[in-house]
Ligand binder design. Sequence first.
Ligand SMILES: CCCCC/C=C\C/C=C\C/C=C\C/C=C\C/C=C\CCC(=O)SCCNC(=O)CCNC(=O)[C@H](O)C(C)(C)COP(=O)(O)OP(=O)(O)OC[C@H]1O[C@@H](n2cnc3c(N)ncnc32)[C@H](O)[C@@H]1OP(=O)(O)O
Ligand code: FAD
Length: 593
Amino acid sequence: MDRMEELGFRSETDRQIFREAAAPVELSPFGLHSGMFVPTLERQGTPEQSRKWVPLGKSFKMIGTYAQTELGHGTFIRGLETTATFDPETQEFILDSPTLSSIKYWPGNVAKTVNHCLVMAQLYTQGKCHGTHLFLVQVRNMEDHTIMPGLEIGDIGPKLGFDGVDNGFMRFNKYRIPRMNMLMRYAKVLENGDYIKPKNAKLTYGAMVMIRVFIVMDAFKTLSRAAVIAVRYSAVRRQSELRPGGEEAQVMDYQTQQYKLFPLLATSYAFLLAAEGMSQIYAKISSDIERGNLEDMPQLHALACGLKAFCTWVACEGIEVCRMSCGGHGYSHASGIPKIYANIVGACTYEGENTVMMLQTARYLSKCYIRGQRGESLPELIQYLTTDLNVKSTLGEDCSFESLVAAYSHRAARMVAVACKLQQTNKKKGMAGHDAWNKSTVPFIAATKAHCHLFIVRNFVTILSQKKIDPATHNVLSQLCTLYAVYGIVENMGEFMQDGYFNQDQVSILNRKVLALLEDIRPNAVALVDAFDYPDHLLQSCLGRYDGQVYEALYEYSKSSPLNNTDIHSSYYNYIRPMMQKRSESKNISAKL
Ligand SMILES: CCCCC/C=C\C/C=C\C/C=C\C/C=C\C/C=C\CCC(=O)SCCNC(=O)CCNC(=O)[C@H](O)C(C)(C)COP(=O)(O)OP(=O)(O)OC[C@H]1O[C@@H](n2cnc3c(N)ncnc32)[C@H](O)[C@@H]1OP(=O)(O)O
Ligand SMILES: Cc1cc2nc3c(=O)[nH]c(=O)nc-3n(C[C@H](O)[C@H](O)[C@H](O)COP(=O)(O)OP(=O)(O)OC[C@H]3O[C@@H](n4cnc5c(N)ncnc54)[C@H](O)[C@@H]3O)c2cc1C
């Protein structure tokens, strides 16, 4: 913190980059404090509350986290059981965990690090429940960090990853906080207990939308780091004979290795641009919301949910491909890839389980489809839903951006229409609305993935057509953009072909194009990963080192293994030698017999 002040880092982006550089492989125990706790105080607190608490948070006098999930509920926020009951006599809220399943469980850094939490609880006042609201709760003594009386707090135990974060549990026993500790920007409880409701109950969910936007960038960061490691290693690693009798080939010269890695390189660039585009849309709509204009709130929610789910799913699958493309050394922590995977794969679950998030977007697409069918105007990003599905592709040998975007628009429009028609058919069969919905959710998930894929392809193409980029760079980025789009079609051909949108010749063109692009990108592959400019300190990888001294690094890494501190390990004396002696004695006995 002080170091950031000394270095003059003012923007949150710069501070985040510094934090990641300072703690490259372990997530910071203050990630949630800076990334969720403080921004939520700023956005969900009244101006007075923000003025009081935000400086304390930014100066780390108050260290907090976001405590919403419980043992029994994470996804279904309306089902949360923690209660906050207003006591007008004392002007306090009484927080309570009435059941075992209501115990707060998973909140990051609650176990040992934070002294405050933003707690999501069911608000009760004047005997009535008004749904979930956020409350600022002091959980540890500010003098000696002991747990406040009335609270039980602990660590939840080892996890797949996220080792730098002490996820914990927290149980409230009639724990009192001041009335003014309810975040009251949108909803209020007056001194007499009267409840003033917000313009939209989902404004309380705003913190989650913000993090989902952050996570799209995290998907780029983690996938691109794995791609840097795998591509650099593939340039250094020589294995097997490509030409009989010739020298062993760089594994990057095998077409299969290129087909594994270059689309992931293209995806990394696509996700960076998508994350930037998502952040711009978030900045615009969230500022409208803060000014009271909630018109685009549903569109923001749907986009943030969909991209968070789509990008984290693809990134995690891609990171695994990068690991496996490094052979045995990829499986070692020396590669740096297992830690990247372990830290980001949780993002498919936290901040909204991906399937649930996709279904939120699907619900929005379903409503937009109906509006489109009625001829109503649709937001620009959704207007493709009214695409004429009788049109066939005009794709030619050049695989133009226009024909590729048209293909993705057609695929998404067709798939949304299929899912909506199934939902409508279910209703016509007499199903209740919720059953008609549930019995169409599998096609809706597929359609929503197509919707997100379209957003990313279209965004990449738009930026290349709008930004002023020098011709040489534009040419290479255009190759990456084309590879991302053509690879996506080849890998999902069935969804593009189901209604005969492409003819057989066009399918052949696409299959040829994806292989030709691998050759086009091969000469620039290392330069394209170097362009991310990740320092070795951040990658923490013997395989992805900038100097390519892989074997020297692996040898030094291995020698530093703690197991090498002694030649003979204690297990020999404690287990192996006694076992061998026992065997030899029994052998002597059997020999005598
Ligand atoms: C390099 C490695 C990086 C790793 C990251 C680490 C550090 C990075 C540093 C900084 C980043 C920042 C922070 C830290 C990073 C990571 C985070 C770490 C931990 C994660 C923390 C958490 O997990 S917090 C808990 C998250 N929990 C959830 O997200 C719960 C998900 N559930 C929900 O959101 C809701 O229950 C729901 C949306 C699924 C359903 O809500 P419900 O109330 O039931 O509403 P519905 O009935 O479904 O819909 C009604 C109506 O409301 C609309 N709606 C719903 N939500 C919203 C919303 N948020 N905004 C706007 N509108 C909403 C919905 O669309 C419906 O509308 P219609 O009626 O019109 O259809
Ligand atoms: C690393 C990590 C860090 C976390 N940090 C925090 C934190 O700091 N603060 C915090 O409050 N929480 C935190 N969480 C909790 C996290 O937010 C929840 O785990 C997440 O929201 C998923 O909810 P759940 O666990 O209830 O999953 P569930 O919803 O129980 O998921 C189980 C299955 O049910 C399915 N499912 C659920 N609802 C539906 C539906 N409506 N339709 C179809 N399928 C459905 C899901 O798709 C999934 O396959 C963290 C979790 C992890 C893994």
